[in-house]
Design a protein around this ligand. Structure first.
Ligand code: CP
Length: 313
């Protein structure tokens, strides 16, 4: 069951809503490889992407997800838009609303930007990442991938490792995974993971071997240099030797069937060694494909829910 105008975060979603999205995504995934299964069910919907921050995976997979369902999909191209003349987010949203847009997909550097947009437009709004707050569609594709490989969430040990403090991916995954019964450990240097995160119902540690040794899933996260005020460790070589994951570390401490994940883009050789990214336990490329399937499911569910915003009746 899914009856929402917007998808703004996993903090707000119930277990049932999350599972509805994941179940529909499993159906949608077939359409990626088999063009004959692609449909026109969203042919009356128009979708716009508004990315105030850079993206490859999220933006492109939303655009393709809309295309595969027959929607009209446009990118605002924020850097060449009237945003550069000082137009506010609300005015930009209201302008697009008047043009008959049904779904707005926004990535913005400020926490809460998607919520502000959602309050001011009839269209459905999807949060494609707001500051360090949430990145719900990334977490949903991560959940989908975990379920595909591990077949359950209950009792699963998931370690998220790296730049936790700036990570909207870590927060959305923590909300989703704990709701579904997984045990979540956030690991990294104390400058990048704070004990205050324990309020999310997760474990926090800087002991990397311990964080890896019991894990069914290890998710690496990129150091977000663009969000750092000061360098949180002396140098990259030191970071990768103390907190990076390589084959030697996995062989010594990890389970044989540990799933290696990363939302991308990866700083190869920093949070994960190339041998791990390209290794037999890595599902990083599968995550990308699953992102299209999950985003197709989200577009379909929101369009069906938001009749007021011009969705299906
Ligand atoms: N994982 C993720 O959000 O990637 P992009 O920044 O390329 O969209």
């Amino acid at each position: 069951m899914f009856r929402r105008k917007d998808l703004l975060g996993l903090r707000d979603l119930s277990r049932e809503e999350i599972m509805t999205i994941l179940e529909l995504a499993a159906e949608m995934k077939q359409k990626i490889d088999d063009p004959s299964l692609r449909s026109t069910e969203l042919k009356k919907s128009s979708i716009v992407t508004l990315f105030y921050e850079n993206s490859t995976r999220t933006k492109m997979s939303f655009m393709l997800a809309g295309d595969y369902l027959g929607a009209m999909v446009k990118d605002l191209g924020v850097s060449t838009s009237s945003v550069n003349k000082g137009e506010s987010l609300i005015d930009t949203g209201m302008t697009l609303d008047q043009m008959g847009i049904n779904v707005m997909i926004i990535r913005h550097q400020l926490t809460g930007a998607a919520h502000i947009l959602a309050k001011n437009v009839k269209a459905s709004v999807v949060n494609a990442g707001d500051g360090s707050n949430e990145h719900p569609t990334q977490a949903l594709l991560d959940l989908f991938t975990i379920l595909e490989y591990k077949k359950r969430f209950e009792g699963l040990n998931v370690t998220i490792l790296g730049d936790i403090s700036h990570s909207r991916v870590a927060r959305s995954n923590a909300f989703g995974l704990t709701k579904l019964g997984a045990n979540v450990t956030l690991a990294g240097p104390s400058t990048l993971v704070s004990n205050s995160m324990k309020c999310l119902g997760v474990n926090v540690t800087s002991d990397i071997p311990a964080a890896i040794s019991n894990a069914d899933v290890v998710m690496g996260l990129r150091i977000q240099f663009e969000r750092q005020k000061n360098m949180p460790f002396p140098n990259l070589r030191e970071y990768s030797s103390l907190f990076g994951v390589n084959n030697e570390l996995l062989k010594k401490y990890a389970k044989e069937d540990v799933l290696i994940m990363h939302p991308g883009p990866v700083n190869r050789g920093v949070e994960l060694a190339s041998e791990v990214i390209d290794g037999k336990n890595s599902v990083i490329n599968i995550q990308v494909k699953n992102g299209v399937a999950v985003r197709m499911a989200i577009l379909k569910l929101l369009t069906e829910s938001n009749v007021q915003g011009g969705g299906a009746q």
